[in-house]
Design a binder for this molecule. Structure first.
Ligand code: ACM
Ligand code: ZN
Length: 518
């Protein structure tokens, strides 16, 4: 028996190649039950779009048919150690995908899709016969959190771009779409109680053209004069959540508090320490005006905004940002100083944790859990707040992990996809290991997973977005899913050549080898 190269990404846990092939054609039937009907429809659509094959679904697992069938089923299998996994069996007569959950069956379909010979993709030949190589695959994810973050505050891309990202995430078995919807340069989510957030906060007059943050001193850098605007209505958001849910992807919204709030302050300056006025920012970097922690109306505002967010987003986990919050305004604000005194916080340094904890308790009362960037860490931080690591202080993060805190890893020097390829080449992203060496194995479970981030200060359109993201997100997907000992950059690159055919089919503007291998 020769071992066939099946070239699947992410690399499955176990592959055992067999002799022969299953022949997929117009007579092939998909057999399933009611519970998996929607997933069977998705498989049908994939075969229609990629091959032009129009295949019939039968809701009947007790059938007498035994030839030329694809069976999708859920099973109660004690042996199936990881309930997110699946088994895919391809034999000459049938293909069977089984799992203990519908998501497992869905992931099995993503793998099966990659067994289609690439020269047949997009062929649309009516007499098509597709050979799927016989194989037994047993597979399950390494990490629970397999994420991608898109910042839409700095540039707004809209529904169709997001749907395409969700499609590609599904193919890569990614399950968490973290969506940055508010920041200094734009507020992109409709909040009915505060209409000015989008009326004022979703529009900026342009962008300072200079890339350097440091030299962005007032009035020195010219505006490019290209207005940026856009936001999602609550109905748009519901539509996208539905789209993601069908692909077993949880959308985690991020509204950033108490820093990175200039767009909100432009709409409601009374939420600041100074009272403003403010403009939606046209420059990047850290902004000194932030929410005032001394004023009760700031808590009322934050909670009201979050009320609408949790009404729309079913995710158990809500991202509240919390990064890069300067304390300069708080030091001089009478309200903030009164808060420090009244709450015995000791210093301005503890105002942020006071804010985070109050919001986390509030969200907790609504059954939701908070995640925030690693700047939220503090000895007094509420126990169940998840830490999203991106930079500095890894030691502090690991201390928190040892004490029980859950962590998501997004090391900026490896998985920030906005950096150019000569800064973060594909190999660096691929070889990034989310469990730090220093962390003792008994604490490894505290690392929930890995998330690639695309900040869009300098990503202005869909083409840039796709070029920065692919293929580096594919590398992150393999780290997120595949066993550590199965990872190999040489093998990945070879498999990527085949995966690129899928990107071609989706018309993705991905970076080519000569561009990412610097
Ligand atoms: C971040 O990159 N400021 C989280
Ligand atoms: Zn204040």
């Amino acid at each position: 028996m020769t071992l066939k190269e099946l070239d699947i990404i992410p690399e499955p846990v176990n592959i055992s190649s067999k002799e022969g092939a299953f022949t997929l054609n117009e007579q092939t039937l998909i057999l399933t039950d009611l519970k998996l009907k929607a997933i069977a429809e998705q498989l049908k659509q994939i075969l229609l779009i990629t091959l032009g094959l129009n295949i019939v679904i039968k809701e009947d697992l007790q059938t007498k048919e035994s030839n030329n069938i694809i069976i999708l089923k859920t099973i109660n299998n004690e042996k199936q150690l990881n309930h997110k996994g699946y088994t895919l069996i391809v034999s000459p007569n049938h293909i069977e995908i089984s799992a203990s959950t519908p998501s497992g069956v869905f992931y099995g379909i993503q793998t099966m899709q990659q067994l289609i010979p690439t020269d047949k993709i997009g062929s649309k030949n009516i007499d098509l016969e597709i050979s799927i190589p016989c194989v037994v695959i047993e597979d399950y994810p390494r990490f629970k959190w397999r994420g991608f973050m898109l910042d839409e505050s700095r540039h707004f891309f809209g529904k169709e771009v997001v749907k395409k990202i969700l499609d590609l995430m599904a193919l890569l078995k990614l399950n968490t779409f973290h969506w940055g919807l508010t920041n200094d340069q734009g507020w992109r989510i409709e909040i009915k109680k505060y209409p000015l957030l989008t009326e004022i906060g979703s529009k900026r007059e342009g962008t300072t053209s200079q890339r350097s943050y440091r030299s962005n001193k007032k009035n020195k850098v010219p505006l490019d004069g290209i207005p940026v605007s856009g936001y999602y209505t609550q109905q748009d958001l519901r539509e996208l959540i539905q789209y993601a849910t069908e692909r077993f992807i949880t959308i985690i919204p991020e509204s950033n508090f108490p820093g990175h709030t200039t767009a909100a302050l432009a709409a409601y300056p009374e939420l600041s320490c100074t009272g403003g006025p403010f403009k939606v920012s046209t420059r990047f970097g850290i902004h000194k005006d932030v929410l005032c922690i001394g004023k009760e109306k700031v808590f009322e505002f934050t909670q009201n905004v979050l009320n609408e967010i949790i009404e729309i987003f079913p995710s158990n986990i809500i991202h509240i940002g919390g990064d890069e919050t300067p304390k300069r305004r708080w030091k001089r604000c009478l309200d903030c100083q009164a808060r420090i005194k009244d709450e015995s916080l000791g210093s301005v340094e503890n105002l942020q944790v006071y804010f985070t904890n109050r919001i986390a308790v509030y969200l907790g009362s609504k059954g939701r859990q908070v995640i925030g960037w690693n700047e939220i860490l503090n000895d007094k931080l509420i126990e169940n707040a998840i830490c999203h690591y991106w930079t500095m202080n890894l030691k502090q993060v690991l201390e928190h992990a040892r004490l029980g805190r859950k962590i998501v890893m997004s090391e900026f020097s490896a998985v920030y996809l906005n950096y150019p390829y000569n800064h973060i080449p594909l190999e660096r992203t691929y070889n990034y290991e989310p469990i730090p060496n220093e962390l003792e194995s008994k604490f490894h479970k505290r690392i929930l997973g890995i998330e690639a981030c695309l900040w869009t200060e300098f990503v202005k359109n869909k083409k840039n977005l796709e070029w920065q993201t692919f293929p580096r997100l594919i590398a992150v997907a393999e780290t997120a899913w595949s066993p550590k000992n199965k990872k190999n950059f040489e093998s990945f690159q070879k498999r990527l050549e085949k995966f690129n055919k899928w990107l071609d089919l989706f018309k993705v503007s991905y970076a080519k080898k000569e561009e990412y291998l610097l």
